[in-house]
Design a protein around this ligand. Sequence first.
Ligand code: NAD
Length: 480
Amino acid sequence: MQKILNYINGELVAPISDSYIENIDPSTGKIYSLCADSDDHDVALATDAALAAFPAWSNTSSSDRSKVMLKIAALIEENLEALALAESIDQGKPLWLAKNGEIPRAQANIHFFGTAIEHFASEAHPMGNHALNYTLRTPIGVVACISPWNLPLYLFTWKIAPALAAGNCVVAKPSEVTPMTAFLFSKICIEAGLPKGVLNIVHGLGPKVGAALTSHPNIPVISFTGGTKTGAEIARVAAPMFKKLSLELGGKNPNIIFADCDFEKTVKESVRASFTNQGEICLCGSRIYIEASIYEKFKSAFVEEVKKLKVGDPLLPQTKVGAIASQLHYDKILGYIDLAKEEGGTILCGGKTAAVEERCKDGFFIEPTVIEGLNHLCRTNQEEIFGPVVTLQKFETEEEVIEFANSNNYGLACILFTENLTRAHRVAAAVKSGIVWVNCWLLRDLRTPFGGMKQSGVGREGGWEALRFFTEPKNVCIKL
Ligand code: NAD
């Protein structure tokens, strides 16, 4: 069976303990590869390799760093088919989605920061003829990048790219649930000629590898994407060590639909925002608030569209909703559907496991589920489910829906549909979330600040924000 190895000091190596975690294909429920079950010893080796590589890498010119990153980006493009297939098998997402969305975005992440670094500049603050201040922005050292399972290579590269471009060395940890594309990525880095030790990838469990990275005294920067509880644990360990932290955490995003929306487009886009990647995207809109005058009309059109979504084998082109990433997560989602019923919710469609034939008969599939009749403050509407489950609720006024939207501890993204431009600006300013999409969803420009408020995170990724995060600013003041 294929072994997923660590990438340390430019080489693919077995974990020191030589133990492995079973890696399961969620569409079949069967073990299909073995992932390195690393520990603090492997993290120590990787960190030493990164420390040794840092002086040379941080001293290369930005154009030299750019060159090797563009080679990596080109190799991702060349290996699109293999990477997309690996991602689909590992995570359960439809193959077409990996091929058209996720892997091209991973390529774009590397390409974007590989070119951005050539344009990165710092500031000068002249004080007339009196003095001149200028800001140096230097690479920091060895940084840890820890990523989740829902968009594996996409989110992994989104962190690594700005860290490397800015001249840092990296020890990265992909999710143990979906390690395959990070392993293939390490082979790409070797082929591209990335100098040894610049990027190290250590596979394994969060409480072992992740915790060892978080507490390592020679890693002063942590960029983390994952659940809010894990983020809190990382912050607890990192704060007394005064580490620099970027935390991209959970979401429970409102999707607000006003009566003056473009109805057909709104229904279509809301279905996409609810169920893409089985609803396993932190940006999905899971609380759908609909203005009372169009509630019934929207409900029937939306449910009709949702019922058409084909749940099935992720490798088939007609599949719209694939497998849930793991048995653990599948059980959690089903538990939330039971909770919604206990809380008085009515299931309008879905609400149970989906039977998928043949090779996928033992996989983890759940029907896209739409629920109504719940209060905005109940647990179903407050906690992140992170699956193919949405709730519908009506509202009477703009003030009321802003209150509903902001009634949650998360504040990652908000989606709103209206043809009234003034209202769009007003509501966008009033909702407490780091990202607002008006009449669209997941339209991304990599230059924009990306991240959440409240329990959805601390800091922003993307564009200059990311390059600034991965550099240390130093002001130099010269008396003239
Ligand atoms: P998770 O928090 O369980 O795991 C994320 C990563 O952290 C994994 O690599 C895991 O091994 C590691 N980890 C676990 N325990 C750790 C510890 N004690 N110390 C250090 N690392 C540890 O999250 P998940 O289940 O993989 O991902 C789903 C979550 O990620 C959802 O809450 C989702 O909203 C969130 N997410 C957020 C964004 C965003 O941009 N804000 C994007 C995608 C996913």
